[in-house]
Design a protein around this ligand. Structure first.
Ligand code: BES
Ligand code: MN
Ligand code: ZN
Length: 508
């Protein structure tokens, strides 16, 4: 999608469709409380074009509620689309991000290839004040996210997308800061979509090797260093846990390493981003039931989130060193596959008793975490579609977050306030670790049914040890089951925005 930014008056912009946002200022409740929507623009012509509609009581500016006016009086635009942000207390920058996505998804299937979105302005009587910079950024993010659909392999209706977006910001002195914020939003939205493209690929198209190629290709485009290793390197590094997952597959594993080393930064933290990259999870010998097994093509979503985050980092250039590691493998049953009861020796030297070969994510991550530490990572974050138990606990609304360090977690919490993604902190404790002690070796790879997301996190904790670390379980968030007004069903690209913001919080 082509983008440009305009500081012209909204009324004068020639465009197929002009989208503006509205907030609901009605505070009274009950059947007689007529909605009181207010447009978030001070452009008098736009406001008067919409007056009749807004006073009619038909439209209440609910979240992502849309209404379209053709040939709006006094405007150069052919159509005026009003998108609701919801109640004024809910009309945040996160609502703006979604509403921008809604505007694009409204436009997309209607053979309109170009639109203009007005950045919300502070309008006195609305009671809503949104910073123009943050809003311009959110509009860009939401618009790119909204323009993505998962229909890559359909023969027809391909490339039905919006080609050109103009973002119209209020004319003011510091246009350059708005422009910068907007450009940042474009990078973030595109990076999230890059992740979604990877997650959407089926297991036959995106093997560990292909994931490595895609990551390396991206790295060369944005100026990251990259290395993609396979079986020999796993053996050399003694990554017995990672290897044990891939040993039953005809597809070789890929150890993907992306390095971001900003010029002049030779001290301070080194952030290690570690992603689970299971390109297909059958469960292995502890094979999964057939129902919904096709979904397990998205079991590399954590790895893809790290690759997308590294792309955004390379382009936004924070002054902090970052290493991205993705442990990619296919988990298959086979004559060579690992079996329940097998004992594996991880890179750290710990021995792992395999109870269930379907608990494979933690095995590849264990060695990924050890490798990140061996490369000098001082702080770690991992992301993984790790447990069904996490989905049972939090549904498909919040991801699970775990950390061994409060200060590190607080930085992540602040990152969430910017990204708008939802993660809920879950506990770690020695008593949970006791649930995964093995009789034959150091640790076993499952702890039974209860607290399954937590015992999985404790397993990873045993490899992060006391390096400050955050674990994100995105099993419930990586795939969106139903279309929403602002995002298509399919891969969500969750994690990219929050991980990026967390990284930026370490900037020198
Ligand atoms: N990839 C799955 C977890 C998953 C479940 C992701 C649902 C997305 C949606 C993971 O490898 C797995 O199979 N976990 C097992 C662990 C169990 C055997 C201890 C699970 O959650 O059932
Ligand atoms: Mn599994
Ligand atoms: Zn898995």
């Amino acid at each position: 999608m082509q983008t440009k930014i305009s500081f012209e008056n909204l009324a004068g912009i020639q465009t197929e469709l002009l989208a503006v946002f509205a907030t609901d200022t009605q505070t009274a409740k009950g059947p007689d409380a007529k909605p009181q929507p207010i447009l978030l623009t001070n452009d008098e012509k736009v406001r008067s074009a919409a007056t009749g509609l807004l006073t009619s009581g038909e439209y209440k500016a609910g979240p992502n509620e849309t209404v379209l006016l053709h040939s709006p009086a006094g405007l150069a635009a052919k159509r005026l689309l009003i998108v609701g942000l919801g109640k004024k207390s809910k009309s945040t920058v996160h609502a703006v991000r979604n509403a921008a996505g809604t505007a694009v998804r409204y436009t997309k299937p209607r053979a309109i290839r170009e639109l203009t979105i007005g950045v919300p302005e502070a309008v006195a009587e609305s009671g809503v004040t949104l910073a123009a910079e943050a809003s311009a950024r959110a509009v860009a993010e939401g618009a790119f996210v909204g323009n993505f659909d998962a229909d890559t392999y359909r023969s027809e209706r391909k490339d039905v997308s919006v080609q050109s977006l103009t973002v119209a910001a209020p004319a003011r002195a510091d246009q350059s800061t708005i422009r910068a914020a907007f450009n940042e939003g474009v990078v973030i939205g595109e990076s999230q979509n890059f992740t979604r493209t990877l997650v959407n690929e089926p297991g036959n198209k995106l093997t560990p090797t292909v994931l490595g190629e895609r990551a390396a290709q991206m790295a060369s485009e944005v100026g990251l260093k990259s290395e993609v290793h396979s079986t020999d390197k796993l053996h050399e590094l003694k990554m017995g846990a990672f290897w044990s997952v891939s040993q039953g597959s005809a597809e070789p594993p890929a150890l993907i390493v992306l390095k971001y080393e900003p010029e002049g930064v030779t001290d301070g933290p080194v952030l290690g981003l570690v992603g689970k990259g299971i390109t297909f999870d059958t469960g292995g010998i502890s094979i999964k039931p057939a129902d919904n097994m096709e979904k397990m093509k998205y079991d590399m979503a954590g790895g893809a989130a790290m690759i997308g985050a590294m792309r955004a980092i390379a382009l936004l250039k924070p002054k902090v060193r970052v290493i991205g590691i993705v442990c990619a493998a296919e988990n298959m049953p086979d004559g060579k596959a690992q079996k329940p009861g097998d004992v594996q020796t991880a890179m750290s030297g710990k021995t792992i008793e395999i109870i269930n070969t379907d608990a494979e994510g933690r095995l590849v991550l264990a060695d990924g975490i050890s490798y990140a530490r061996s490369l000098g990572a001082t702080h770690l974050i991992d992301a993984a579609t790790l447990t069904g138990a996490c989905v049972v606990a939090l549904g498909m609304i919040n991801g699970g977050a775990f950390s061994n360090d409060d200060a590190t977690f607080e930085k992540f919490q602040s990152a969430l306030a910017t990204s708008g993604e939802k993660f809920w902190r879950m506990p770690l404790a020695d008593e949970y670790y006791d649930m995964i002690r093995s009789d034959i070796g150091d640790i076993k790879n499952t702890g039974g049914r209860w607290g399954g997301a937590i015992t999985a996190a404790e397993f990873l904790h045993a490899f992060a040890e006391d390096t400050p670390w955050i674990h994100l379980d995105i099993a419930g968030l990586a795939w969106i089951e139903e279309n929403k007004p602002f995002i298509a069903k399919g891969p969500s690209g969750v994690g990219v925005r929050s991980i990026l913001e967390w990284v930026r919080s370490y900037e020198k």
